[in-house]
Design a protein around this ligand. Structure first.
Ligand code: PAF
Length: 284
């Protein structure tokens, strides 16, 4: 595996692959890789001759009171895991290489509507930061395919919308969430949990599971269902941010005829904000 930090070297490499007619799959990450990321890499390898992974903790997607400085950085350990999986290039640009004119005046990509709801309402500007960095990384790597975890379901749909709106020539794949044995969705932020919080954390998944099961069984009183499960979260020690039942593609409130739904949740456990989701297909 070659580790590349500068954009020109990456572009030269990209040209070599292109001349050989090799297909390029890309997995953008912020590092601190866990089995969820490694699943993305394995999936990428199944689809293309060349796999590029990026590690870049993107300041533009963190709010002023969020965990940018504390975000776990484990580059050597990450490299080891990527070498073992046979990744071709690890791209590790610096903040100044990515944002040479600084963050204040950076041109940005904004996907309206879908970026402002759910997580976007709780984290203003977050999806602007995500869309901007993913667009820039796509311009640098110029992949044929790109892989994202379904755990960040809204992020995935924002990126799909950006790719459609800006006619980007990249095929976007969503990869199902990797879970711990007790159902907790794998996330770098799980590292922040104390032992006691780690015991409680799977309750978020359990609440989403209960919501999904009840919807599948025919319950349509969504508001009542959601407030029941918010109480369960609070009783367990969470501070719920949101629980939502939405249409999969638009993430809007579903109409009666909608059969593809997603149940999404975010909740604080101490200072750690956990998110998760489960898809539900209704029999029509
Ligand atoms: O999901 C992430 O790790 C990040 O949001 C991403 C897509 C790498 C953009 O910084």
């Amino acid at each position: 595996m070659q580790t590349i930090s500068d954009i020109l070297t990456l572009r030269e490499k990209r040209r070599e692959w292109q001349l050989k007619g090799q297909k390029i799959a890309f997995v953008p990450t912020m590092g601190n890789l866990h089995d969820g990321h490694l699943k993305l890499v394995k999936e990428a390898k199944r689809h293309a001759e060349i796999v590029v992974v990026s590690i870049f903790v993107n300041p533009l997607q963190f709010g002023p009171d969020e965990d940018l400085d504390a975000y776990p950085r484990t580059l050597e350990q990450d490299k080891q895991a990527l070498v073992e999986l046979g990744v071709d290039v690890l791209f590790t640009p610096s903040v100044s290489a990515i944002y040479p004119r600084g963050l204040e005046q950076q041109t940005f990509v904004e996907v309206p509507g879908i970026s402002y709801m759910i997580c976007g309402a709780s984290r203003p500007g977050h999806f602007r930061g995500v869309a901007t960095i993913v667009c820039k990384l796509f311009n640098m790597v110029q992949p044929n395919l790109a892989f994202f975890g379904e755990k960040d379901f809204q992020q995935l749909q924002v990126i799909r919308a950006m790719v459609t709106d800006l006619s980007m020539n990249v095929q976007v794949f969503g990869v199902p969430t990797e879970r711990e044995h007790d159902g907790l969705a794998m996330s770098s932020r799980n590292n922040y949990l104390s032992d006691e919080e780690r015991q409680i954390a799977p309750v978020l998944y359990q609440c989403l599971r209960t919501l999904a099961d009840n919807i599948e069984l025919g319950r349509r009183d969504f508001s009542a269902l959601i407030s029941e499960q918010k109480n369960v979260l609070s009783d367990a020690g969470f501070k719920p941010d949101y629980l939502e039942i939405r249409a999969v593609d638009s993430l809007l409130h579903p109409g009666h005829e909608e059969t593809e739904l997603v149940v999404l949740g975010a909740a604080f456990l101490g200072k750690t904000r956990l998110i998760d989701n489960i898809r539900v297909t209704l029999k029509s």
